[in-house]
Design a protein around this ligand. Structure first.
Ligand code: FES
Length: 125
């Protein structure tokens, strides 16, 4: 069975292959939504639209399903600001099917102090 390691919570859980990352985290008592967005009605309840279930994949990104159209649109348009500098590692937990061991950071902070963050909007600078 695949193992999900939650860095911030210092918790590991085993889940059946093919499980949904957000669902399994919540079953284990791990909140993937920050602040008030954990309440039903203040997030999109797993539809890939609100991007409040963002996780930063620290290890095992090939053990998650590929990004679908909705996740790509969500992370690359409306919510692109939150992913700058972590485009390849930022995922929406609700859109991830777990197929192998992964390590994730829930509620990742924006990389506003990183050099990459300030270069992305102005790539020619
Ligand atoms: S719950 Fe809204 S994008 Fe995942």
């Amino acid at each position: 069975m695949p193992k999900i390691t939650f860095v911030n919570e210092k918790k590991e859980i085993e889940v059946p292959a093919g499980s949904n990352l957000r669902t399994e985290a919540r079953k284990a008592g791990i909140e993937v939504h920050p602040w008030i967005f954990k309440y039903p009605g203040l997030n999109c309840m797993g539809n890939g639209l609100c991007a409040t279930c963002r996780v930063l994949v620290k290890d095992g990104k090939d053990h998650l399903s590929k990004q679908g159209l909705i996740e790509k649109l969500s992370l690359n348009t409306i919510h692109a600001f939150e992913s700058i500098g972590h485009e390849d590692e930022m995922r929406l937990a609700c859109q991830c099917t777990v197929t192998g061991d992964v390590t994730v950071e829930t509620k990742p902070a924006m990389n506003i102090s990183g050099e990459v963050f300030w270069q992305k909007p102005f790539p020619n600078k």
